[in-house]
Design a protein around this ligand. Sequence first.
Ligand code: PLP
Length: 397
Amino acid sequence: MATMTPPVSTAITPSLLPVYKRATMEFVAGAGVELIDADGRRYVDFTSGIAVNALGYGDPGLRQVMQHAADGLIHVSNLFRTTQGEHLADKLVSLSFADRVFFCNSGAEANEGAFKIARRWARGIGGPAKHEIIAIRGSFHGRLFGTLAATDRPNYRMPFRPLAGGISIVERDLDDLEVALNAETVAAVILEPIQGEGGVRVLEREFVRRVRELTQQRQIALIFDEIQCGLGRTGTVFAYEGLQVVPDIMTLAKPLAGGLPMGAILVTEAVASAMQPGDHGTTFGGGPFVATVASYVVDRLSDPALLGNVRTMGATMRGELENIASRTGRIRAIRGVGLMMGIDVTEPAADVIARARELGLLLVSAGEHTVRLLPPLVIGDADLLRGLKILETALAA
Ligand SMILES: Cc1ncc(COP(=O)(O)O)c(C=O)c1O
């Protein structure tokens, strides 16, 4: 069902900080996997608000839970207990390896919190020298000072140096990691099981398994950033299940609260036990409104039927992309798992994305020549094929 908002002006106001090159169309409604602009044009959405809108648009259950939650308290602060947040934490613990959860408001905030937890734990083992955080080539972990230092995008980093200290990026190479993972100085390794912004690069199971071995042997915390690839996107609740490698800490955000801002840090008891009252905090984290909504979303995203749909649609998407690649000759590589796919194209990704948008399909890039496909996880055959048909037309144009 479509939700309409009041009419809009056409020019983007100069009052906003100009840090985004925004498309000028304004979406005023959504229904299923489609967004509808102010002129009534409909677009198949293969971006999901950058992996947030896993349930698509106008989901009746999500709307109902939000309406119901709005009748209750919105915020009370973490000075007081919030049973809605406790229920959500219990749910995430029961679905994962973790024993403890901390709620925050975004992906970058979750990762920064994870760095702090890892450092606190490592300090108890090796003293202040054991504080370094290692990230992997191609990583994207956020754009705050700590996470920017762990994000491998020179153009994002350079204007803001000096970045936070004690955080470095190492090649995606086991020999390099063997050397870099010094037991005396390293507190944690952070990696995305599937690098999203870095080009939809699926880390090999053997690579991740070896990193797990090394981190275990050297008492280094392993952090999985599942902010983009977690919560159903790969066809399992968490991407680590597919890898069969379990981290010590995992971060979530994007789809967690159905489009409301929320992040979470999931931690084992062994690591979490280092944290004491006062060691970390945030004003809004895990409030009654957002936690009620997130509980509903987590139930939906862990439903075996939804996960089965992701796997089936993911296989269809891959098969169709292979067909499109051979028919057009415009796709150099196809990568991804489930409904998190990337294609390397033979021209700038921005050109393909612009043409697709004209034709009614929304896409997002992941690097200069990679187009990312992140449809809502509820997508069915007909919409998937319709979107891919538009992609083929845009590629062949
Ligand atoms: C893997 C990953 N980590 C962290 C972030 C940062 O999340 P946020 O934009 O909510 O701070 C993102 C955002 O794209 C992401 O994809």
